[in-house]
Design a binder for this molecule. Structure first.
Ligand SMILES: [Zn+2]
Ligand SMILES: [Zn+2]
Length: 151
């Protein structure tokens, strides 16, 4: 089974466990989130669903999933809220985001544990963190260089 299929099955299991029915929109949205791989806005999720459900349903389902702790919310600094499935294995992801085209890429790294230790050392518990990098992606950079030559 592919990782994304495993994530979908585990997430659907958690929905059932919460006493909710796995309706078609819920299933389709979860599968789409897994397929998109990087955080997506409700509009992007709606577009990727190809008319499988209306925008209001997408938004309502995402809110439900968030309350159940099944999705993480990401802010990429452009005023949109993006959603991504929580890793059933308890991991989480960080991203590099292009400031121009909003292309996002997963990076498999976390801030060094010393940072959390420093926070814990001040008496804080249940510590979480977010970390996103903002940059210009290679495609946008190439486009920019090309434009520069044409002018
Ligand atoms: Zn870009
Ligand atoms: Zn991390």
């Amino acid at each position: 089974m592919a990782d994304s299929d495993k994530t979908v099955e585990t997430t659907l299991g958690a929905i059932r466990h919460a006493g909710m029915r796995v309706t078609r929109p819920r299933r389709e949205i979860i599968a789409t989130l897994a397929r998109l791989y990087v955080p997506a806005t409700p509009r992007e999720i709606h577009d990727a669903l190809d008319g499988a459900c209306d925008p209001v349903t997408v938004y309502r389902c995402l809110t439900e999933f968030e309350h159940l702790g099944l999705v993480h919310r990401h802010e990429f600094g452009d005023g949109s809220t993006r959603y991504q499935l929580v890793d059933p294995d308890g991991g989480h992801f960080h991203y590099i985001v292009c400031r121009r085209c909003q292309h996002a890429e997963r990076i498999h790294a976390c801030p060094p544990p010393e940072l959390e230790a420093a926070v814990a050392g001040r008496g804080y518990s249940q510590i979480t963190h977010t970390l996103e990098f903002f940059a210009i992606c290679p495609d946008c950079r190439a486009l920019h260089d090309q434009r520069g030559r044409e002018e």
